[in-house]
Design a protein around this ligand. Structure first.
Ligand SMILES: Cc1ncc(COP(=O)(O)O)c(C=O)c1O
Length: 489
């Protein structure tokens, strides 16, 4: 079902709702559904870029206006042994110190962050952010940045010298702007494979720069079939096809290898662009072998670096497409013309300047990439698969199901979990937090109150000293039981 006519504002968010089992409808659930709808409408406002523009949607305004579940206060469960009767009553300080907020090595005690990004950080990565001030063109930093770019190649399993890694100050979203501003010209066509919220946003970004974005949509939890993709590519010539490798709103994994094969067979000039924000560092990606053109990602998910870096791998074919543009790129900051020589220079250990790089973040990225690339990438993918199997088995054991119902559609570093009938995310997330774990609420507009998201990636998986996943599974189980009891279910 290709949908190419221009949608009315916000309508590209409307999907055929998945047929859900009938659910109990207590008034609290209705109230929480309203709150979630308000929260999501704030999060989604940027998708409508028509004039007059909507009220500014900044992270601050979103946070300030959200009630539950994202900004609930952390009140740890008191697991301290009952004090002997002669002891003075426990003070709140006592309770705090015996909370399940385990002290993670050098870090202050905190609940374990198991949302699908940002994730828990390794101590060494955090400590590299404390690097002393240095010039961004001094030899020491140039070496750090150059090595970092070379390690990005390893992260993508790429050895082709015509491909180029980019590391730019910004977040994952900047990668969309980079693609839209450099690789597509006004009125050119883009095919956007839709597996959740993030495809709507990518399509909106492409349209902001004047492209015609056609979304190929699948029902919630599914992905467009290979036959539909092939058919769409045969019907029209597309400049780019975009695929969200893992849609963080649904936990749906796409088979980018198969899609790239179809594109090369049916429409060889179409650039294959992968949104790998929730997949790079945890799902297998072989950039050269699979003949991909762009994989864009961000620092804060499976790469395990604090947020603030937009990271891209761009093929020689995509660079040539950029060079052949008929019109100048439609952005200054994200222009490939501005960044390409900078990245090439740094990698060749030559100082260079277009816009100041975030030096401390680059140190953090250097540290985490040194750790990641010290081991074979396949080993890292296997660890994430094993952890995912464990999480998914535990969820099934609790009688719960996933948005992505087919095993081949399921991401390996996060799970989107349907809640039992009669429970909404705000009934469960505070109970999980009380047990020292943070999960995320739903993000898919149609069903946001009905599911929660569990991120299982990065050091929580690769550091054998951590017990994050065991703790999270227990917290989920207890919180669901508690919520069901509270509702008399
Ligand atoms: C799949 C996907 N794409 C893009 C983004 C946008 O990245 P950022 O929030 O870093 O701008 C996200 C964020 O979670 C994402 O999950």
């Amino acid at each position: 079902m290709v949908n190419s006519s221009p949608p009315p504002p916000g309508s590209h968010l409307r999907h055929t709702p998945r047929a859900l089992p009938s659910r109990a409808d207590p008034s609290e659930t209705l109230a929480s559904a309203r709150t979630t709808a308000e929260r999501l409408s704030l999060i989604s406002r940027h998708l409508d870029q028509r004039l007059p523009l909507p009220e500014l949607n900044t992270p601050f305004s979103t946070e300030r206006n959200s009630q539950v579940p994202d900004d609930i206060e952390y009140k740890p469960l008191d697991r301290s042994p009952t004090p002997p009767s002669s002891d003075p009553p426990a003070t709140s300080h006592h309770r705090q110190s015996s909370s399940p907020a385990v002290k993670m090595s050098a870090q202050a005690p905190h609940p374990t962050l198991l949302i699908p990004g940002p994730i828990e950080f390794d101590d060494a990565v955090l400590q590299s952010m404390g690097h002393y001030a240095e010039s961004h063109v001094a030899p020491g930093f140039v070496k750090t940045f150059g090595e970092t770019l070379t390690m990005v190649r390893k992260l993508f399993q790429s050895t082709n010298p015509s491909a180029q890694p980019f590391v730019v100050s910004g977040s994952g979203t900047l990668g969309w702007d980079f693609v839209a501003a450099n690789l597509v010209e006004k009125d050119e066509d883009a095919l956007v494979l839709h597996t959740g919220y993030f495809a709507d946003s990518f399509a909106s970004c492409l349209e902001t720069y004047g492209a015609n974005a056609t979304q190929l949509k699948a029902p919630i939890g599914e992905r467009p079939s290979f036959e539909q993709i092939e058919q769409a590519l045969k019907e029209k010539s597309y400049k780019v096809i975009t695929i969200t490798h893992v849609d963080t709103s649904t936990g749906v994994l796409s088979d980018i290898k198969r899609v790239a094969e179809i594109v090369r067979r049916v429409s060889p000039d179409t650039l294959v662009v992968v949104d790998g924000v929730c997949s790079v560092g945890c799902e297998e990606i072989a950039f050269d072998e699979w003949d991909l053109d762009v994989v864009l990602t961000a620092s804060q998910k499976a790469i395990g670096c604090p947020p603030g870096l937009s990271i891209l791998m761009v093929s020689g074919r995509a660079i040539e497409t950029f060079k052949a543009r008929k019109t100048p790129p439609s952005s200054y900051y994200s222009s490939m013309a501005n960044w390409l020589p900078i990245m090439q220079n740094y990698e060749n250990l030559k100082p260079s300047y277009f816009a100041t790089p975030p030096t401390q973040l680059v140190h953090a990225l250097h540290t985490t990439l040194s750790q990641i690339t010290a081991r074979p990438m396949q080993e890292r993918f296997d660890l994430h698969t094993a952890a995912s199997n464990r999480v998914k088995a535990a969820i099934a054991g609790l009688g719960l199901t996933q948005l992505a119902s087919k095993p081949e559609n399921q991401a390996h570093a996060m799970t989107a979990i349907w809640l039992p009938e009669g429970l909404a995310a705000p009934d469960v997330l505070p109970g999980i937090l009380k047990r020292g774990v943070i999960f995320a609420g739903g993000l898919h507009k149609e069903v946001a109150t009905k599911y929660i998201r569990f991120g299982h990636m990065g050091v929580s998986i690769t550091d054998p000293a951590r017990t994050d996943i065991t703790k999270a599974i227990a917290a989920l189980q207890e919180a669901i039981t508690e919520a069901k009891q509270a509702k008399g279910l």
